[in-house]
Design a protein around this ligand. Structure first.
Ligand SMILES: *[C@@H]1O[C@H](CO)[C@@H](O)[C@H](O)[C@H]1NC(C)=O
Ligand SMILES: *[C@@H]1O[C@H](CO)[C@@H](O)[C@H](O)[C@H]1NC(C)=O
Ligand SMILES: *[C@@H]1O[C@H](CO)[C@@H](O)[C@H](O)[C@H]1NC(C)=O
Ligand SMILES: *[C@@H]1O[C@H](CO)[C@@H](O)[C@H](O)[C@H]1NC(C)=O
Ligand SMILES: *[C@@H]1O[C@H](CO)[C@@H](O)[C@H](O)[C@H]1NC(C)=O
Ligand SMILES: *[C@@H]1O[C@H](CO)[C@@H](O)[C@H](O)[C@H]1NC(C)=O
Ligand SMILES: *[C@@H]1O[C@H](CO)[C@@H](O)[C@H](O)[C@H]1NC(C)=O
Ligand SMILES: *[C@@H]1O[C@H](CO)[C@@H](O)[C@H](O)[C@H]1NC(C)=O
Ligand SMILES: *[C@@H]1O[C@H](CO)[C@@H](O)[C@H](O)[C@H]1NC(C)=O
Length: 888
């Protein structure tokens, strides 16, 4: 072989030819053994030059493996053998399914500079042997199941620049030698159980730029020394037990852009030196015991985007200078003891989207120019002592999502201009004030509003009939006013508890016990509303709690809790300069993808038709190329139903839970974005399209006709994915070949796990079949049970299997009227047809072996599509039966 000769010629020193060949053969033998153990796809396929194998990088003369990069391949197995690749400089095994302890033999990889084992299930202690990796510059063990203390042997890693051990269960304290690592630039140990104090030399001798220790049990003070070198850029210490103050020395760090120290026991004042931190972008110190004035020095930090000082002991007035912060997007000062006015200069913060001054002692008035801050989405002024009238100009805050003014001393009437804020959706709360006059009928135009509270005022007159236009309402409170007359006939009103209306002068009609006589008859206009309600209830009732909630997350939450987090995670807070819609919430679950995913670019991509990949009834799929080069598939949900907002927290958790479901045959969501009333779900982009395309389109164009073994392994993969879902008690709402995606190796991934085809019955687009799945896949029992169950999933899977076997569509006019694929197949014996007339003859006639296997799989498909749910096998059994076929 040519390269062997070259290799020989290049070889210097004492090795004889045979020794070189032996050496190289040894490397290859090792690699083959590794490939076999870990089942690395494609290894060994490319002849002898292992340097071309996936993920392998060699030295110049191709004699040694220096780089092994096998991230995100869902590998498992014993990684110990890798330690025999003694020349390795870079080893990346991140994002796989590796279990067990980190092999201590890795300590023998003396050339190693980069080691990334993150995002696996490595467990147990960090082996002290890793301390002998003297060349190591980057060590990433985050997101595993590691525990115990950080071993002292690691202090031998003198060249370490990046040290990441977040999201494990490490305990003990942060060793003081970490501060002696003179090259250290990045140290993250967040989400562990670390106690003790932050070593006070940490950062004093290093290049430290990023220190993230949030969500531990750290005590003591924030050591002044971490600011000593002035290199720090990001400091995150949120959610610990830190006490003492924020050191004056913080002013030393001109390039510090992020300070997050919320949820601790910090006390004292914020040092004026904060004004010297010219790069400051995020400052978050909520939920501490900080006190004193809110210092006007913040105004010098011209890039400040978020200032959150909520739930502390700050007093005094809001410094007017803050109005110079033209980039400020969120100002959150709730839960302090601030008094005085909302200073007019503050209205200069023209980027502000969130102003939360609630729960203070503000005792001025609301400036009539408040809406000069035209981007305001959250105006939260509740629980203060604000006087005067609500200015009519409030109607100019066109982007408001939430308006909270409850529990103040507001007088005058409710301005009808509020009806112009058509975006208002989370809440309109004017309760506990001194408002009088009547309810303006214009409020009925707020058709997105979910919660309306005008209770405990002196409002009079009737509840206007136009309020029936508030179609999204789920919560109202009119109690303790001077209202009178008949209640409008409106499902939401009649379903509300009567406490929502009590304490008025003369309100009558349901739900109050006082009837109005018969002069106010009700109409039928709310029929549709009732129907949609029923459909939602039917779905909820069908034991799909997880599903519905997950779906609903996506569809509905759009709300406040996430808002802050969204801003934190992906720099959502930046931008908004152009016409692009404003992102309400967004989150990328997978930490290491956050850098690569630009939420704004993503939204932009979904605005372009040329990026459209697929158009479904309820969602459209787009391809989005990120500035980082990463390609995503983005599912845009067309409709949102806002009815179940109250479950949002649990729902978000469900979506996050779903993102952690780890199975190689499931498409997991990697994040979401909400803007206006659109929800985007992010997934990895899979280049090979869907199973439906592969089976039905490819065979037509005879581009690539998938052979039987390929089809069988796809069938098994889909079955495994579904068996796993059932194992974790999740029922899929829409199994079809169109929802099975194929990766580059034709491995199937079941998609649409998080979106069922729920629902926008209000627009008349949803039918019962849309709830149950796609036409042709709906189990017959659904017609009377209205429930999608695990056996129902088995049926739908059986249809997919029949498609694979027959290359026929689930519904086709050829079958005859009222006959779908299932009926056509089950009716074959009655028609006197042989299996050959059913199976795709292009495949079943290739060999006896294929024919035998296809007949066996046909039996499985017939069992799955049995009309009696109880007779269908469990998904797990289906997997076993199909695997049996493959073996024989
Ligand atoms: C190949 O390169 C390595 C260093 O990368 C060197 O040690 C070895 O001697 C070289 N072999 C030959 C044949 O030149
Ligand atoms: C085989 O090598 C070629 C280039 O030499 C590469 O493009 C291809 O991906 C390799 N195939 C596998 C399975 O590693
Ligand atoms: C992996 O293999 C090594 C050596 O073959 C063995 O000592 C070790 O116990 C194995 N580890 C696991 C997790 O099976
Ligand atoms: C490291 O290598 C040495 C020498 O090859 C060997 O004796 C030792 O067992 C290895 N250590 C581990 C943990 O495998
Ligand atoms: C740390 O965790 C290990 C393993 O769970 C346990 O044995 C040890 O007692 C813990 N140490 C401390 C200081 O909590
Ligand atoms: C860190 O370095 C200082 C000064 O070089 C030394 O005195 C101290 O012992 C070292 N600490 C540790 C834990 O190695
Ligand atoms: C503010 O941000 C801009 C854009 O990110 C940056 O170019 C500028 O240097 C920053 N200003 C300061 C004072 O850090
Ligand atoms: C607001 O409250 C502060 C402190 O209680 C008081 O000094 C001030 O006079 C009040 N202002 C108005 C306008 O009531
Ligand atoms: C692990 O950390 C290293 C060094 O900071 C980084 O380069 C790498 O991207 C991280 N791995 C993942 C999967 O995030």
């Amino acid at each position: 072989m040519a390269f062997l000769c070259l290799f020989y010629l290049l070889l210097v020193g004492f090795l004889s030819k045979s020794q070189i060949v032996v050496a190289q053969v040894n490397v290859q033998t090792t690699l083959l053994a590794i490939g076999k153990e870990l089942e690395v796809p494609g290894w060994g396929d490319n002849g002898t030059d292992f340097c071309n194998w996936r993920g392998i990088g060699c030295n110049l003369n191709h004699s040694l493996v220096e780089r092994l990069a096998l991230s995100r391949l869902d590998l498992r197995g014993n990684v110990s053998l890798i330690s025999e690749l003694k020349a390795l400089k870079q080893l990346d095994l991140s994002g796989n399914n590796f279990h067990g302890p980190i092999p201590s033999a890795f300590g023998n990889l003396s050339q190693l500079e980069f080691l990334d084992l993150s995002l696996n299930k490595f467990e147990g202690l960090i082996p002290g042997e890793l301390g002998s990796l003297r060349s190591l510059k980057s060590l990433n063990l985050s997101n595993n199941l590691l525990l115990g203390e950080i071993p002292h042997e690691l202090q031998g890693l003198e060249r370490l620049a990046e040290f990441q051990i977040s999201s494990n269960s490490f305990n003990g304290s942060i060793p003081s030698w970490v501060g002696n690592l003179t090259s250290l630039r990045v140290f993250t140990a967040y989400e562990n159980e670390l106690g003790g104090e932050i070593p006070d030399n940490l950062g004093s001798v290093s290049e430290l730029k990023l220190l993230n220790l949030h969500s531990n049990q750290l005590k003591g003070q924030i050591p002044s020394n971490i600011f000593a070198m002035g290199k720090l850029e990001v400091l995150v210490l949120t959610q610990n037990r830190l006490s003492g103050g924020l050191p004056e020395l913080v002013g030393n760090c001109k390039s510090l852009s992020n300070i997050r120290i919320g949820n601790n026991y910090l006390e004292g004042v914020i040092p004026k030196a904060i004004g010297n931190v010219s790069s400051l972008t995020y400052f978050e110190a909520d939920d501490n015991h900080l006190s004193g004035d809110i210092i006007s020095e913040f105004a010098q930090c011209s890039n400040l985007t978020l200032l959150n000082l909520a739930s502390n002991g700050f007093s005094g007035v809001i410094p007017p200078d803050l109005g110079q912060l033209v980039n400020l997007q969120e100002l959150i000062l709730s839960g302090n003891s601030l008094f005085g006015d909302i200073p007019k200069p503050i209205l200069g913060c023209r980027s502000l989207t969130k102003l939360d001054l609630s729960n203070n002692r503000l005792n001025g008035t609301i400036p009539s120019e408040i809406c000069n801050m035209s981007r305001l989405q959250y105006l939260l002024l509740g629980q203060n002592s604000i006087k005067g009238e609500i200015p009519h100009e409030i109607g100019n805050c066109m982007k408001l999502l939430e308006l909270q003014m409850g529990s103040n001393y507001l007088t005058g009437s409710i301005p009808s201009e509020i009806g112009r804020i058509r975006n208002l959706q989370i809440a309109l709360n004017l309760s506990y004030n001194h408002l009088h006059g009547s309810l303006p009928p214009e409020l009925g135009k707020l058709d997105k509003l979910v919660s309306l509270d005008v209770s405990n005022n002196q409002l009079c007159g009737t509840i206007p009939q136009s309020f029936k236009g508030m179609l999204s309402l789920i919560e109202v409170n009119f109690s303790n006013n001077l209202l009178s007359g008949p209640m409008p006939t409106f499902v939401l009103f009649q379903k509300s508890p009567n406490s929502s209306f009590l304490g008025n002068k003369g309100l009558c009609g349901e739900p109050l016990s006082l009837s109005c006589g018969n002069s106010y008859a009700s109409g039928h206009e709310n029929y549709h509303h009732k129907v949609s309600y029923r459909i939602i209830l039917a779905v909820i009732g069908s034991g799909l709690a997880v599903f519905v909630s997950v779906t609903v997350v996506v569809l509905l939450f759009m709300m406040r809790e996430r808002q802050e987090k969204a801003a934190k995670t992906a720099g959502v807070v930046d931008d908004v300069a152009n016409d692009q819609p404003t992102i309400i919430a967004g989150h990328v679950f997978v930490e290491n993808l956050r850098q690569a995913i630009d939420l704004d670019a993503l939204v932009k991509a979904t605005l372009k038709d040329s990026n459209k990949l697929m158009n479904g009834t309820f969602s459209t799929v787009y391809k989005a190329v990120m500035p980082s080069g990463m390609i995503l598939s983005v599912r845009r949900l067309k409709s949102m139903d806002r009815t179940i907002i109250h479950h949002q927290n649990r729902m978000i958790r469900e979506l996050e839970r779903l993102s952690k479901l780890c199975h190689e045959n499931l498409v997991r969501p990697i994040g979401y974005v909400i803007y206006e009333d659109v929800a985007l779900l992010l997934h990895h982009y899979l280049p090979n399209g869907t199973l439906a395309q592969l089976v039905h389109e490819c065979s037509k164009q005879s581009e690539y006709e998938p052979d039987w073994p390929t089809r069988l392994s796809i069938a098994i993969g889909v079955a495994e994915g579904l068996a796993f879902l059932h194992h974790v008690a999740i029922i899929h709402l829409d199994i079809s070949s169109g929802n099975v995606l194929l990766d580059a190796d034709f491995r199937p991934l079941v998609g649409e796990i998080e979106i069922s085809k729920l629902l926008d019955p209000s627009k008349g687009t949803a039918s019962i079949s849309a709830v149950a799945g796609s036409f042709g896949y709906i189990p017959p029992e659904y017609a009377y049970t209205m429930q999608v169950t695990a056996p129902g999933n088995v049926y739908s899977y059986g249809v997919v299997l029949l498609e694979i076997l027959t290359t026929r569509l689930p519904v086709d006019e050829d079958f005859g009227e009222g006959v779908d694929l299932v009926k056509w197949v089950h009716g074959a014996p009655a028609r006197g047809e042989t299996p050959e007339q059913i199976l795709d003859a292009k495949l079943s006639t290739v060999s006896f072996g294929w024919r035998r296997e296809m007949l066996a799989a046909l039996k499985v498909a017939l069992l799955c599509t049995d009309s009696t749910p109880a007779k269908r096998p469990k998904m797990k059994k289906v997997v076993e039966m199909l695997q049996e076929i493959k073996k024989t």
